[in-house]
Design a protein around this ligand. Structure first.
Ligand code: MN
Length: 199
């Protein structure tokens, strides 16, 4: 079986984000959950046209296609997780600088309101899903998506995300999703990446 889809290396050591995200959580989340999506997609794509496509093309081709839901879910979850790891860094979080800071003031009512609204999106996503900061037609917006749904299948440019599936926080925070989301916002968000992604 060919295995064209790969698990990208974590951009830091598995304990780099502790104590906000413990190495134990990272071991399961990256080492088991993220890896399983890669293994599943390689199995589903084997012998099909998907095996020759980029991950983003697989996502775009299968979004909303009922009989390709398995391919979509695994492909989108690979992309979302890689993007999540690259939305955080040790000693990140807090108020941004640069263009993203100006746009948060212009479009989202300032940093304090952004922080409240981004945490609220993370907390109110019912069940599994993701909270997103995106740029849509030149304006920043906060979004939430269910399960594997991803901005990649649409036109908005994703800038940062927080995984709010229970597997993202349950070992460290049990049911306290708000504590997890606020800790990521305060201590881990990588604003340098967000500025780069603005282009
Ligand atoms: Mn996850």
């Amino acid at each position: 079986m060919s295995t064209p889809f790969i698990l990208p290396p974590l951009p830091y050591a598995d304990d780099a984000l502790a104590p906000v995200i413990s190495s134990n959580t990272m071991g399961f989340h990256y080492g088991k959950h993220h890896k399983t999506y890669v293994d599943n997609l390689n199995k589903l794509a084997d012998g099909t046209d998907f095996a020759a496509m980029s991950l983003v093309d697989v996502i775009k081709k299968t979004a909303g296609v009922a009989d390709k839901a398995g391919v979509f879910n695994n492909a989108a979850q690979i992309w979302n997780h890689t993007f999540f790891w690259e939305s955080m860094k040790a000693n990140g979080g807090g108020k941004p600088t640069g263009k993203i800071a100006e746009l948060i003031d212009r479009d989202l009512g300032g940093y304090d309101k952004f922080k409240t609204d981004f945490a609220q999106a993370a907390v109110t996503q019912f069940g599994s899903g993701w909270a997103w900061l995106v740029a849509d037609q030149g304006k920043l917006a906060i979004r939430k998506t269910g399960n594997a749904e991803t901005p990649v299948s649409g036109s908005a440019v994703p800038l940062l995300t927080i995984d709010v599936w229970e597997h993202a926080y349950y070992l460290d925070y049990q049911n306290r999703r708000a504590d997890f989301a606020n800790a990521v916002i305060d201590k881990l968000l990588d604003w340098d990446r967000a500025n780069e992604r603005l282009g």
